[in-house]
Ligand binder design. Structure first.
Ligand code: AMP
Ligand code: MG
Length: 333
């Protein structure tokens, strides 16, 4: 199957993510390590805001009736103390949209405070902010959801190559991964849309040979449950730790076989935000893999801004899914 690059939604998604990656790379090169504290204390960078402003503005131009449900809001940027930060964000947005000023930038960021509806886009401007700050993996994640179903998902991964080898590759232009419901999943280089490779998950059926991915940030998961699953499955290969939704691209491209996110013990009510899974989940499924929650339930994107009906996430090449679910059940018992 081929990807129709002239399809309006695909064109918009590719164009937005390409420009977002360009901004992210430039901001990273110039402000590395500089983060602000969000009210929940997670690091949020100028890049998160600049990219949400960019995508908000592009969406307003292209599909003015489509809501955008994004991770950020401009609320904290409107105070006197934030003047300098807002001016920095505006400086970067202007590089792509020269008409930007502090007021329009706040308005564009707040385009992303839309509500979920029959048809909307969801954006994580920088998924894996800690990876971004450390020079690790991070991803720009954008998805189109129609009637609760993810129809299009796209990840921009500046530190992955198009084969999605999991190691950080900062010397290449970065890779884009795109999936369309029922049509397949592809990768392409961030600076060359003419060469698309279709993605296929691995054919690994033996857990002993499987490669499992995990977060670098151990506070995002349950380490005891992870170790228990490793042991039950008899996984022989050392787990590969990487940040962000880039993990889903690596599974979709067949470079790894398993990823799951258990609930952190200190935060048992944690529910995944839709922008943290939508694009990556479609990529894995369209590459032939399987997604579910920790209990095997399909991910349900029709419940507002979080996967309120699901507990954690499991992504596999499909062949190993049942074995992972059984090992998780054993870990809980
Ligand atoms: P990771 O994929 O673990 O490298 O880190 C990025 C993702 O972790 C983001 O999608 C965050 O929303 C998510 N995240 C942040 N805090 C938590 C938490 N307490 N538990 C689980 N996931 C989290
Ligand atoms: Mg995120």
């Amino acid at each position: 199957m081929k990807l129709d690059l002239l399809h309006p939604e695909i064109q918009f998604a590719l164009n937005s993510v390409k420009q977002a990656m360009q901004l992210a790379k430039q901001i990273q090169a110039e402000t590395a390590g500089h983060s602000l504290a969000k009210t929940d204390k997670s690091p949020v960078t100028i890049a998160d805001f600049a990219i949400q402003a960019l995508v908000g503005a592009l969406l307003l131009r292209t599909f003015p009736n489509d809501p955008l449900v994004g991770e950020e809001s401009a609320a904290t940027l409107k105070s006197k103390e934030s003047e300098q930060v807002l001016s920095k964000i505006t400086h970067y947005v202007k590089k792509i949209l020269p008409e930007a000023n502090p007021k329009t930038v706040c308005d564009w960021i707040d385009c992303g405070t839309g509500k979920t509806s029959q048809r909307f886009w969801t954006l994580d401007p920088i998924d894996g902010t800690r990876g971004f700050l450390r020079g690790g993996q991070y991803a720009v994640a954008l998805a189109l959801i129609v009637k609760g179903r993810v129809e299009l998902g796209i990840l921009g991964c500046p530190h992955l190559n198009t084969q999605a080898q999991p190691e950080v590759d900062a010397n290449n232009p970065g890779a884009i991964f795109i999936a369309v419901k029922g049509k397949g999943a592809w990768s392409l280089s961030a600076n060359d849309s003419n060469h698309l490779s279709q993605l296929h998950v691995s054919s690994c059926v033996n857990p002993r040979q499987a490669l499992i991915l995990n977060s670098v940030e151990m506070s995002h998961t349950d380490v005891r449950e992870f170790n228990s699953v490793m042991c039950t499955l008899g996984l022989q290969r050392t787990p590969f730790l990487m940040d962000s939704l880039a993990k889903h691209a690596v599974v979709a491209a067949g470079q790894a076989d398993i990823f799951f996110r258990s609930l952190p013990p200190k935060d048992p009510n944690y529910r995944t935000a839709i922008w943290d899974e939508a694009a990556g989940a479609l990529l894995v499924e369209e590459a032939g893999g399987k997604m579910s929650d920790l209990y095997g339930k399909p991910l349900d994107f029709s419940y507002g801004e979080t996967l309120a009906n699901n507990v954690g996430v499991v992504a596999t090449n499909g062949h190993l899914h049942q074995a992972v679910l059984e090992a998780l059940a054993k870990a809980r018992s």
